[in-house]
Write a protein that binds this ligand. Structure first.
Ligand SMILES: *Cc1c(COP(=O)(O)O)cnc(C)c1O
Length: 383
């Protein structure tokens, strides 16, 4: 068959096949389409139950979730926040929205997640404890939080990170936007820090069109995140607001989609794990290797990604595109981002290398067996 006749295989597209239509129709029929309504409450309740936390606060995006979660963790202008350089820009942007400055940590060469040993080394050896918290010696700035990012559906090695952060009194806010459904040592990803953030953008495992969630066991954090995401209103009738809040609400019609998607989350995760296992077994011999998750963790494999056996993955990406197969490199690491040049220079050779050699492969929940095989054949033919 000529390649023009082949259908295009997208990288990652939503799976809509459950109760989405029925629940959205309910919103339209009842007029509850906007920022209040029964599906928002239900989505929050069912999400919290599924994750195993006390509270979940729905908001308009994963970026909004990160912004408010950081504010509620006490991040203030002039503070430092430690995070991974190898992440989508929203993590670092949300730190900057708070007026704080990111400290960028390189990726671990095996798991590709934040290198926990490097983060611990920074916190223990370049910072010092004072009564008011942990301070970076060189700048005298307070280290207000650490944001581990569980990239590509895989957990960060949380136990050693939590140990050092708890010991030094630094709060952990998890960017779990890519890793809903993953577990680490028997616990769901997103249940380790003081709070965690999720995204329901169209390319994520679970989508509401656009949306996000803050999950937490802390009553005060839940109360304050809800307050800040809903314009910080303290009097419904007189419109009295006690601080500068945000309109970060999730509309009811989006929450309705979320409730339907959540009903199928376990099924989605098991399909993702199957797609990943199949890729791993077919591709390893040809030199396409994927990340190795931390011990006793079970990734959700949101975006299946390989190290290609080439110095640059871009010629392969172009060849696959000609064959109708969409792939994508990892994000430009944040220490290279023109948007964040003001941060100064960080030396992150592992992230640089992963950015050159990696490609994410098509892995939608709805990826058919034939399409899966077509991607594998194209990759094997390229070596
Ligand atoms: C998707 C994503 C976000 C932001 O989520 P949005 O819902 O798109 O705002 C933040 N961090 C990471 C690592 C992401 O992949």
């Amino acid at each position: 068959m000529p390649s023009e006749a082949l259908t295009r295989i997208p990288l990652s597209v939503p799976e809509i096949g459950g109760n989405e239509w029925a629940y959205v129709k309910e919103c339209l029929d009842t007029g509850w389409v906007s920022s209040a309504g029964p599906f928002v409450d239900r989505f929050e309740r069912e999400f919290a139950a599924r994750l195993g936390v006390k509270h979940a606060v729905a908001c308009s995006s994963g970026t909004a979730a990160l912004h408010v979660a950081l504010l509620c963790a006490g991040v203030k202008p002039g503070d430092l926040v430690v995070t991974s350089t190898l992440t989508f820009i929203a993590t670092v942007n949300s730190i900057v929205y708070c007026g704080a400055q990111p400290v960028l940590i390189d990726a671990d060469p095996t798991s590709w997640q934040m290198d926990v040993a490097l983060a611990a080394d920074y916190l223990e050896n370049e910072c010092e404890r004072r009564d008011e918290g942990l301070f970076e010696r060189a700048s005298g700035r307070r280290v207000a939080a650490v944001v581990p990012v569980h990239i590509l559906g895989c957990p960060v090695d949380m136990d050693p990170l939590m140990e050092v952060c708890d010991r030094l009194g630094v709060r952990v806010v998890e960017d779990a936007t890519e890793s809903l459904g993953a577990t680490y040592r028997g616990k769901n990803v997103g249940t380790h820090g003081v709070s965690s953030c999720f995204s329901f953008n169209g390319n994520k495992l679970l989508t509401t069109g656009g949306g996000g969630m803050i999950a937490t066991d802390c009553d005060e954090t839940a109360r304050r995140t809800k307050h800040l995401t809903t314009q910080a209103k303290i009097d419904e009738v007189e419109f009295v607001h006690d601080e500068v809040g945000f309109n970060y609400r999730l509309p009811n019609v989006a929450a309705a989609i979320g409730v339907a998607q959540l009903e199928r989350l376990d099924e989605y995760v098991s399909i993702k794990r199957g797609i990943a296992a199949e890729y791993t077994s077919r591709l390893a011999q040809a030199g396409y290797l994927t990340l190795t998750p931390p011990t006793s963790s079970d990734p959700a494999w949101w975006l299946y990604t390989v190290v290609t056996p080439f110095e640059s993955s871009r010629p392969l990406m172009a060849a696959l595109a000609k064959a109708g197969i969409q792939t994508r490199p990892l994000w430009q690491p944040m220490h290279r981002s023109p948007a964040h040049m003001a941060l100064g220079s960080f030396h992150c050779p592992v992230a640089d290398r992963l950015n050159s050699v990696c490609l994410s492969l098509p892995c939608s929940v709805g990826l058919g067996g034939e399409d899966h095989a077509r991607v594998v054949s194209a990759l094997l033919a390229a070596v």
